[in-house]
Design a protein around this ligand. Structure first.
Ligand SMILES: Cc1ncc(COP(=O)(O)OP(=O)(O)O)c(N)n1
Ligand SMILES: Cc1ncsc1CCOP(=O)(O)O
Ligand SMILES: [Mg+2]
Length: 525
C-alpha cells in the first residue's frame, strides 16, 4: 500500500455514529453525519437499523444482522478508531446486549493498547418526531447492560419517564428521575426538556445536566446538577433534534473539550440549527447545519440545581475602560514595586500562603503602591482585605466565587476578575458580568497544579471568537516571549504572566521587553 502523506483532513478527529438510517434524511445516521462533518470531524457510521421513514411516518423498521453490526464495529476499529462515539437507535434487546459487550471488552482492549480514551454518548431513541415508535412495540428495552460504559446519556422527557418507569409531571420529579438514572447506569445524564413543549416554560427550552464525574474538570462542577436554559425557538422543525444534539456532543468531545463544554456548545448548535431550520415534507423539517457556534446569545444560561450557595446575577462590577496591558501576577511586594516602576499599569498580588504573618500588611502596601503609581492593583483571593483597604480590584477563581460576597465587592465599586478553564466556566463567569475574564491555563505551567488540561491555542481561539467584545479577555498560563506572537494572533485582549517575570534576573527590563513584544505583535500573522 502507498505510504500516503498525512493531509490536514487526516488530522480531523474521528467520531462514530452507531445509529439507524432515516430514509427521510432529517434524523438518525443522516443527521449525525451532517453534524459531525459540520463540526470539523470525520464521521464513520455503524448502521444498526434501516427505517423506511419520512417526515410524517415510520413505515418499516429493519434491524441489521448481528454479524453486520459486529463487522462494522470491528472493521472500523482496525483503521478508523474513534475519539468519541454517539449511539442512537438500537432496535432490540439483542443489539443492546451485543453493543454493550463490545464496549465492555473490545473497545477497552483497543484503548489500553493505544493509550486512548473514548467518550461514549448514548441517545436512547425510542420515538420519531412524527410520534411513531422506532424500538419495536412490545417489550421496553433494558439499557442496564450499558451500566458503567457510558460518558453521558441524553434522554428526552418521554424517554426518561420510560427509563425510570414513571410519568414525570414537574421539574423536581424530572431532576430526581435524572439523578436516579445517573445512579442506576453509573453515568452523567443530560435530561432534555425540549420535547415537553411549553408545558414547563413557554419561553425556554430547559435541560437538566446531572454530572457525576467528568475528566479534566474542576471539582466544584462535578457531583453537581445544573439547569441549562435556552430561548425556546418557535418552530415545528424539530426532526432529528436529539440526534443532532448527541452527535454534536460527541464531536465536541472528540475535538478535545470537556463534557460540560461539549454540552453547552451542542445546545447552542441545536438552537442555531432550529432557528435556521427548513421544511421539506409535510411533517417537521430538519435542522440547518450552521457550523461551530459563535453567537453568545445561542448559548444556554447555567444555574445550579443543588442546595447551597448560588451565584448572583445582575450585579455590575466596575468596567475597565482601558486595556489591561501585560498583566504581571506576583507574590512579592518588592517585585510588585519593581514592575510598577518599570511601567506596569495593571498588576496582581497573589500570595498563596494564607498563614503569611504579614499578609494584611502586604496587601495594604500593594494597594498604596498602586495608588502611588496610578496603577490598577488586583488582590487575589483575599476579597475581604481588598475591601478593607480599598483595592482597585479582586481576582477570584471559580471556587472562590461561592465564598465571596460579590454584592459587597460590586457595591464598593471594585473591579472583579474571574478565572475560567472552559466554555462552561466562561459562561458561568460571564453571567456575573465581571470586569475581565482570565482564560487559562493556555500552555503547561509549573506555577500551579491545575485540574484542567492546558487549553492550547485552538481552544483559546474559540473562546475569543465567542466572548471578544463582551468582556476584556486575559490569557494566562505558560506564556513567555517565544509564545507571545502566537497568542496575539488569537485576538485575546491581553496576557498575564507569573514565571516569565518572577524567574527573570532583571524583571524590570524583562517587563518592558515583554510588554513591547506584546504591543507590537500582530493580531493576524
Ligand atoms: C489573571 C489571573 N488569572 C487566573 C488566576 C488564577 O486564579 P484562581 O483560579 O483563583 O487560582 P489562584 O491564583 O488563587 O491559585 C489569577 N490569579 N490571575
Ligand atoms: C495562577 C494561574 N492560573 C492559571 S495558570 C496560572 C499560573 C500561570 O503562571 P505562569 O505564567 O508561570 O505559567
Ligand atoms: Mg483563587
Amino acid at each position: 500500500m502507498a505510504n500516503l502523506e498525512p493531509t490536514s483532513s487526516a488530522l480531523k478527529p474521528v467520531v462514530w455514529s452507531i445509529a439507524g438510517s432515516d430514509s427521510g434524511g432529517g434524523a438518525g445516521i443522516q443527521a449525525d453525519l451532517a453534524t459531525m462533518n459540520d463540526l470539523a470531524c470525520h464521521a464513520c457510521t455503524v448502521i444498526t437499523t434501516l427505517t423506511a421513514q419520512s417526515s410524517v411516518a415510520v413505515n418499516l423498521v429493519e434491524p441489521v444482522s448481528d454479524e453486520m453490526l459486529l463487522a462494522q464495529l470491528d472493521t472500523l476499529l482496525q483503521d478508523l478508531p474513534p475519539k468519541a462515539i454517539k449511539i442512537g437507535l438500537l432496535a432490540n434487546q439483542r443489539q443492546i446486549d451485543l453493543l454493550s459487550r463490545w464496549l465492555a471488552l473490545d473497545l477497552p482492549d483497543h484503548n489500553k493498547r493505544n493509550g486512548t480514551e473514548v467518550a461514549v454518548i448514548l441517545d436512547p431513541v425510542m420515538i420519531a418526531s412524527c410520534g411513531d415508535r422506532l424500538d419495536g412495540d412490545d417489550t421496553r428495552l433494558d439499557f442496564t447492560p450499558f451500566k458503567g460504559l457510558l460518558t453521558l446519556i441524553t434522554p428526552n422527557a418521554l424517554e426518561l419517564g420510560e427509563l425510570v418507569g414513571q410519568t414525570l409531571t414537574d421539574m423536581s420529579q424530572y431532576h430526581q428521575a435524572a439523578k436516579d438514572l445517573s445512579l442506576s447506569l453509573d453515568t452523567n445524564v443530560l435530561a432534555k426538556g425540549g420535547d415537553k413543549g411549553p408545558a414547563w416554560r413557554s419561553d425556554l427550552a430547559q435541560d437538566i445536566f446531572v454530572c457525576t464525574r467528568a475528566a479534566a474538570c474542576s471539582e466544584i462542577h462535578q457531583q453537581a446538577s445544573f439547569l441549562l436554559s435556552s430561548q425556546r425557538i418557535a418552530s415545528n422543525n424539530n426532526h432529528g433534534t436529539g440526534c443532532t444534539l448527541s452527535s454534536a456532543i460527541a464531536s465536541v468531545m472528540a475535538s478535545g473539550f470537556v463534557l460540560h463544554d461539549a454540552i453547552v456548545v451542542a445546545k447552542a448548535y441545536v438552537s442555531a440549527g432550529i432557528k435556521h431550520s427548513y421544511r421539506v415534507g409535510d411533517g417537521p423539517g430538519p435542522l440547518a447545519r450552521t457550523g461551530w457556534p459563535k453567537e453568545l446569545s445561542a448559548f444556554p444560561k447555567i444555574s445550579s440545581l443543588d442546595d447551597g450557595p448560588s451565584l448572583p446575577r445582575g450585579i455590575k462590577f466596575k468596567a475597565i475602560d482601558e486595556r489591561l496591558g501585560l498583566y504581571p501576577v506576583v507574590s512579592e511586594l518588592s517585585l510588585l514595586e519593581t514592575l510598577l516602576r518599570a511601567g506596569a499599569k495593571t498588576i496582581q498580588l497573589r500570595i498563596k500562603d494564607e498563614n503569611d504573618p504579614h499578609l494584611e500588611d502586604k496587601i495594604a502596601q500593594a494597594i498604596v503602591l498602586g495608588r502611588d503609581y496610578q496603577a490598577k492593583v488586583f488582590i487575589n483571593d483575599y476579597w475581604e482585605l481588598a475591601l478593607k483597604h480599598n483595592a482597585y480590584g479582586v481576582h477570584l477563581g471559580q471556587e472562590d466565587l461561592y465564598d465571596a460576597d460579590l454584592k459587597r465587592i460590586a457595591d464598593a465599586q471594585m473591579a472583579l476578575g474571574i478565572s475560567s478553564h472552559s466554555y462552561f466556566e466562561l459562561l458561568l463567569a460571564s453571567q456575573i458580568t465581571p470586569s475581565y475574564i482570565a482564560l487559562g491555563h493556555i500552555f503547561p505551567t509549573t506555577t500551579k497544579e491545575m485540574p484542567s488540561a492546558p487549553q492550547g491555542l485552538m481552544k483559546l481561539q474559540h473562546y475569543v471568537d465567542l466572548f471578544k467584545g463582551h468582556y476584556p479577555l486575559v490569557a494566562i498560563g505558560g506564556i513567555n516571549a517565544s509564545r507571545i506572537p502566537k497568542v496575539k494572533t488569537t485576538g485575546v485582549d491581553d496576557i498575564a504572566v507569573v514565571r516569565a517575570l518572577s524567574e527573570s534576573e532583571q524583571p524590570g527590563a524583562t517587563y518592558r521587553a515583554l510588554s513591547s513584544a506584546w504591543e507590537q505583535a500582530n493580531v493576524v500573522e
